[in-house]
Design a protein around this ligand. Sequence first.
Ligand code: ATP
Length: 417
Amino acid sequence: MDPTEKIVSLTKRRGFIYPGSEIYGGVGGIYDYGPLGVLMKNNLKQLWWQWMTLDHEDIVGIDGAIITHPKVWAASGHVKGFVDPLTECKKCHHRFKADDIDGQICPDCGGELTAPKNFNTLVPTELGVIEEEKVKTYLRGEACQTIYLNFKNVVDSTRVKLPFGIVQIGKAFRNEVTFGNFIFRLREFEQWDLQWFTRPEDMAKWYDYWKQARMDWYSSLFNHPENLSFHQHEKLAFYAQKAFDIQYQGREMEGIHWRSDWDLGRHSQFSGQDLTFEGLIPHIVETSGGVDRCFLFLLLDAYAEEGERVILKLHPRIAPVKVAVFPLLANKPDLVAKARDIYRHLKTQLHLSTIWDDRGNIGKRYYAQDEIGTPWCVTVDFQTLEDHTVTIRDRDSASQIRLPAAELDTYFTNRLK
Ligand code: ATP
């Protein structure tokens, strides 16, 4: 079975990811996150947010709405696709004006082209309660637009000075022509974006800085950073001097974009508002990544089979569950009571995502935790009742140490740093 198929089956079976609206036969390109998936996704988003806003100075966050004024998408250039029939490559997803292409083969990668169509990947929606008066607008096709819309609000309501960043994690919607590959290409997905506003003369410096900083960040989360690479775009938007993607095994995870003053310039023109700041329209370096894609690639990176064990070797900070607590035997009330105390303490006092398991034998419980990536299992046994020590079993090495139960807080806090 190919690794993605194994991940699809594991994530459904263990409650990470379910096909959207499955009881009605599903909706292509839409997935829901289950109990473990939401924990892992939240961990990931929290790491990103902390890294951006706490580990850097001069970065503030927003949470913009999914529905925007319809003019936003005219200014962004997303609705002009209506004018020219386009053909899309089924392999690399590049689009070409049908008039510019002869033949059926993509000039960029040799893939098969779709028939020419009037493409508009924006997902339309309508606002209003009276049928005849409904206003057509779109669910946002890229999260970054709400950052541009709020640029003036942010500079007017905070004390930022150039250069500075605005970040956002949020949903985006695209009527992708060809969706699929599990959660790689979705019609509803989440993006994490930084828009870094700077003076034009500093663009090259900041572009290189963010390009490397983002790669370093991803490298710190993956077990196999050698699978990460930069892909340089040959064809550039007319306003860009460089364009790179960060890829995992050759598939795009994040784009590092040189957006110059294009976005704020266009919104200034379409809205008639003055979006200058410190005497100019700031230029932008954008880092725009897919949360769902990162999630998928982390699972592929973490998946391992060792003998009978299936293990998700997730970074402990990303793992959905940090600790599982077991009584050695479920039918010994003393063991169960002591283990419940530890379980409750870790969960409610240390606020660690903790699981209780007293089913089957210990070996099976370890395997069940390995498969969901739980880094540590704590077992309460007969020795615990005598000397208050417990065993801690490590997911990756399967080795065990014994520690006083009173030292668990310090142990886990240090390991999670
Ligand atoms: P692709 O070429 O794969 O369609 P893109 O270049 O259109 O991606 P951007 O518009 O730059 O992507 O969006 C930034 C990031 O958002 C991408 O690097 C990717 O991680 C994520 N993303 C874009 N489209 C999708 C999608 N349909 N499903 C899941 N994630 C997506």
